[in-house]
Design a protein around this ligand. Structure first.
Ligand code: SAM
Length: 263
């Protein structure tokens, strides 16, 4: 494919590498190289990406069934099967969803993300999650979501792309402070906790020099993002363990996932 305006196809990007693992076509040679290199070095990465995507769908469906009607989806990704608004609006056509991503390639697919039911609403904005105010104060966000009613903040497989210098716990707090009690946080994150040490070491050696940033974090670090929230069952677990039957139950686990309710 040719690169949309504003995209350098020679620099691998998380949205496109993940798209490749999910079986999508919106990726370039540089993305495929990182994806293949990582898959060749360590087991189960592609399956874990798919388990992560399934976790997103299960969590959104679960919250919609609990009555949540508003979703702020940070780090949306390239549209794939089971986008947040499709899952939510299948349960509740009046559900309202704001999508946010900082990769211009996602914007080039925004039309696919904006196919709302007439009763509901979807909005897409290109913004950086490292600047919460640019999102929380954005007029389209304020028009779409009512911050006096529960909102599900969806941060699925995004924080691992944000380095410690950018203070991920502080960013999560900025967003969770803006949503009322009874709101939810849906979060998944890359981890090496479940892996044998040699696999974890191979992963770190393989990714160290890749031009795409990822910070794996421990369960303890990830649990802290849920400060002020009560984790719903089954807690913070491997994404494949959250909800129904896992997609790839036997593959190596690379991601934690959890859903919390704000006190
Ligand atoms: C691995 S994909 C996850 C997509 C989707 N949430 C899912 O789990 O299926 C990570 C997404 O986060 C986006 N992202 C990374 N850093 C970001 C930032 N600072 N602000 C907004 N989006 C970001 C990437 O562009 C990419 O689309």
């Amino acid at each position: 494919m040719s690169a949309p305006h504003g995209i350098n196809p020679n620099v691998p990007h998380s949205a496109r590498v993940y798209d490749y693992w999910l079986g999508g076509k919106d990726n370039f040679e540089a993305d495929r190289q990182v994806a293949e290199q990582t898959m060749a070095a360590v087991p189960g990465v592609r399956e874990s990406a798919r388990n992560n995507r399934a976790f997103l769908g299960r969590a959104v469906r679960h919250l919609t069934q609990l009555g949540v009607r508003q979703f702020l989806d940070l780090g949306t990704g390239i549209p794939s099967q089971g986008n947040t608004h499709e899952v939510a609006q299948a349960e509740a056509p009046e559900a309202r969803v704001v999508y946010v991503d900082n990769d211009p390639i996602v914007m080039s697919h925004a039309r696919a993300l904006l196919t709302s039911t007439p009763e509901g609403k979807t909005t897409y904005i290109e913004a950086d999650a490292r600047d919460p105010r640019s999102i929380l104060d954005h007029p389209e966000v304020r028009e779409t979501l009512d911050f006096t009613k529960p909102i599900a903040l969806v941060m699925v497989a995004i924080l691992m792309h944000i380095s410690d210098e950018d203070d991920p716990p502080g960013l999560v707090k900025a967003f969770t402070d803006a949503i009322p009690s009874g709101s939810y946080l849906v979060l998944s994150h890359l981890t090496l906790d479940f892996l044998p040490k040699n696999v974890a070491d191979d992963y770190l050696a393989t990714t160290r020099n890749q031009a795409m940033h990822r910070t794996p974090r421990t369960g303890e670090q990830i649990a802290r993002y849920f400060d002020g929230f009560d984790l719903v069952e089954p807690g913070l677990v491997a994404v494949s363990e959250w909800g129904d039957t896992p997609l790839f139950p036997d593959s190596a686990t690379w991601m934690y996932g959890g859903v919390g309710r704000k006190r």
